[in-house]
Every structure is written in structure tokens, then in C-alpha cells.
Design a protein around this ligand. Structure first.
Ligand SMILES: CC(C)(COP(=O)(O)OP(=O)(O)OC[C@H]1O[C@@H](n2cnc3c(N)ncnc32)[C@H](O)[C@@H]1OP(=O)(O)O)[C@@H](O)C(=O)NCCC(=O)NCCS
Length: 175
């Protein structure tokens, strides 16, 4: 018997920015930036290196980089534990707090994004997957489109990523 999910997916609100900023900073550092030299880490984190700061300029910089046309959070008992950012045809980023991995939160966030994408008539979703994210996206039906590439993250370089895509299925009713 599978457990009943306790989390909810809801649209992002501007007031979520500080909490989402901390979630991204912690999760990105722990799961994706392990390769980075100590002096490169703040560059790769960009504005998220100031995620614990209460300074207005830091908070505004973080709020700005979070904004995206499609943006959801996962909330569990009043705590934000996941965030998905995207736009038409492109899943831009996805983070689930390490303490909440393997509970179906990432899957549900991506399913919401795919549902909204179908509503927009999108046929293919592309994602630059982190190496850590490859088994996750593969489980959700995404496929590699090239070999691993090396990219930038803010002012930092050398972030490995795997281009992947999924062709969306539409049901018999056209949805
Ligand atoms: C990738 C990530 C978003 C997955 O979130 P999650 O909520 O733990 O994923 P789910 O619980 O919905 O997993 C769905 C399925 O994906 C697969 N999967 C997820 N994480 C996996 C892992 N670490 N190793 C192997 N398979 C994995 C499994 O098949 C899983 O189903 P199961 O738990 O029933 O076996 C999360 O690990 C994360 O935030 N990682 C750090 C940031 C990152 O790399 N994000 C991707 C950016 S593009």
C-alpha cells in the first residue's frame, strides 16, 4: 500500500522568494555543485550565495532570478520543500529538499508542468538535466538528446548537464 501524499502543489507567490532561495541554495550546493572548487562555488551559486541574507538588495536579486513564466512550489505542512521553474517547452529548473527526496514530489511537480504544457499545445519539453537528475528524468520518460555538455551557472563555469527531452502524449480527446 502506498502512503497518501501530504504535500500540495500550488502556484509560487512573491512572498515565497526567501524560502525558495534557501531551498535552491541548499539543494543545488548539496546535490549538483560537489565538483566545484571552493572559490568557484559562490560564482556558480550567483545570487543564491546570499540566500541567508536579510539585506533588501540580496533578497531582490534572488526574487528576480527565481521569477519564471511557469512556477510552482510543493508545500508540506506549511514548509516549501520543492520548486519547479519553467516556460513554454522548457523545464528550467527543479529542486526538492534533500530531506523530502523519493516521496514523489519531483514527479508531481513535473506532471503539473506537463499538464500545463499540454494546455499550451506544447509537443516537446526540453530540459538541461543535472547529472544527479538523469535517473529521475529517465523514470519520467525523458530521453537524452546529446552527450553530457559543460555549461555556465551565473558567473561560474564547468557545470555538467545532460540535454534531455520528452515528447508529450495527447489523449484521444486532444488534451
Ligand atoms: C531530481 C529531484 C528533483 C527528484 O525529486 P524527488 O522528489 O526525490 O523525485 P521522486 O520522488 O518524484 O522520484 C520519482 C522517480 O524518479 C526516480 N528517481 C528519483 N530520484 C532518484 C535517484 N536519486 N536515483 C535513482 N532514481 C531516482 C525513481 O524512479 C523515482 O521513483 P521511486 O522513488 O518510486 O523509485 C531531486 O533529487 C533533486 O532536487 N535533486 C537535486 C537537484 C537536481 O538535480 N534537480 C534536477 C535539476 S534539472
Amino acid at each position: 500500500m502506498s502512503a497518501i501524499p501530504t504535500f500540495v502543489i500550488r502556484p509560487y507567490r512573491d512572498a515565497d522568494a526567501p524560502e525558495v532561495g534557501r531551498l535552491i541554495a541548499e539543494t543545488y550546493t548539496a546535490f549538483n555543485l560537489g565538483f566545484a572548487e571552493p572559490d568557484e562555488l559562490p560564482k556558480l551559486l550567483g545570487p543564491f550565495r546570499n540566500a541567508s541574507s536579510t539585506e533588501a538588495a540580496h533578497r531582490e536579486a534572488i526574487a528576480q532570478v527565481i521569477r519564471a513564466p511557469i512556477l510552482y512550489v510543493a508545500e508540506d505542512n506549511g514548509e516549501i520543500v520543492g520548486v519547479l521553474r519553467g516556460r513554454k517547452g522548457r523545464l528550467a529548473s527543479l529542486f526538492v529538499s534533500g530531506d523530502h527526496h523519493r516521496r514523489g514530489i519531483g514527479r508531481r511537480l513535473v506532471e503539473c508542468f506537463e499538464e500545463e504544457s499540454r494546455g499550451l499545445g506544447v509537443t516537446v519539453i526540453k530540459v538541461a538535466a543535472t547529472l544527479y537528475g538523469i535517473p529521475f528524468y529517465t523514470a519520467l520518460g525523458y530521453r537524452k538528446t546529446t552527450g553530457v555538455r559543460s555549461g555556465r551557472s551565473f558567473e561560474g563555469r564547468g557545470l555538467p548537464y545532460q540535454p534531455m527531452k520528452k515528447v508529450l502524449r495527447y489523449g484521444d480527446d486532444g488534451r
